[in-house]
Ligand binder design. Structure first.
Ligand code: ZN
Ligand code: FE
Length: 254
């Protein structure tokens, strides 16, 4: 694999990701929930830190930035359209390319959770870093954007190849799964996935990364395009965006 990814659990349920471009040895980090576990993961491997890639402004994604920049001299890239970010060396938006050695990511604007939220798609490595937009079996709460805007963001990511691995910002799979079963109990793929997630969590293993193709089959927020799913909710004839909005509202009060 030309891009090595290390999952770093942080805080209560956050994930940060160390990325190492194996050709050049350059190391990047997606989101900085806190410095301690990230610095420890770097030290354990004898790695430096060259680049920090930020997804959005929430404290649980940026709180460790200042300490990591001071300690490692890393450069910081983040969303151009987001207010309240720490100082950025480079601000990026939809379609921009971010390089890590020989690895390349394309930036996707995925507003909804916050207005400026972005995702990083490493097409060659088939890796999508989606933080609090598309999540394993779920999606982030729509705090700042509109429901149609969040749906557009999710649909954009769902259009990537099925073989894409999705790295999201939190370990929320068990709660998300309980909700998914409440709206999609008849889905056999969901039943199978429930057993897989339970087995992972029983051992304390992360549920990230998740295969996008499996998310399309089991994530209730991506299932909204399926006529059978719509019918199950009594929403036949509603648009995908309308069904998404209804499912998101139900999740908010689940
Ligand atoms: Zn967030
Ligand atoms: Fe978060």
């Amino acid at each position: 694999m030309p891009l090595e990814v290390v999952v770093v659990p942080c805080r209560t349920d956050n994930y940060a990701y160390l990325l190492r471009d194996t050709a050049s040895g350059r190391v990047g980090l997606v989101d900085a929930p806190e410095a301690g576990p990230i610095a420890a993961a770097l030290a354990a491997r004898g790695w430096g830190l060259h680049t920090i890639l930020l997804t959005h402004r929430h404290d649980d994604h940026i709180a460790g930035v200042a300490e990591l920049v001071a300690g490692f001299g890393a450069e910081v890239t983040g969303p151009a359209g987001e207010k309240g970010m720490p100082p950025l060396d480079r601000a990026v938006a939809e379609g921009d390319t971010v390089a890590l050695g020989e690895s390349r990511a394309t930036v996707l604007d995925v507003p909804g959770h916050t207005l400026g939220h972005i995702a990083y798609h490493f097409a060659d490595a088939e890796a999508l870093f989606s933080a609090d937009s598309l999540m394993v079996m779920g999606c982030g709460r729509v705090f700042e954007g509109t429901l149609p805007q969040m749906w557009q963001s999710l649909a954009k990511m769902a259009a990537l190849p099925d073989t894409t691995m999705v790295y999201s910002g939190h370990e929320y799979a068990e709660g998300n799964l309980r909700f998914a079963l409440s709206v999609d109990a008849a889905n056999p793929a969901l039943q199978a996935r429930a057993a897989e997630i339970a087995a992972l969590r029983k051992n304390g293993a992360p549920t990230v990364p998740a295969l996008l193709g499996l998310e399309r089959q089991t994530n209730p927020f991506l299932r909204v395009v399926d006529p059978g799913f719509k019918a199950g909710l009594g929403l036949s004839g509603s648009s995908d965006a309308q069904v998404f909005a209804e499912v998101r509202r139900r999740k908010d009060s689940f």
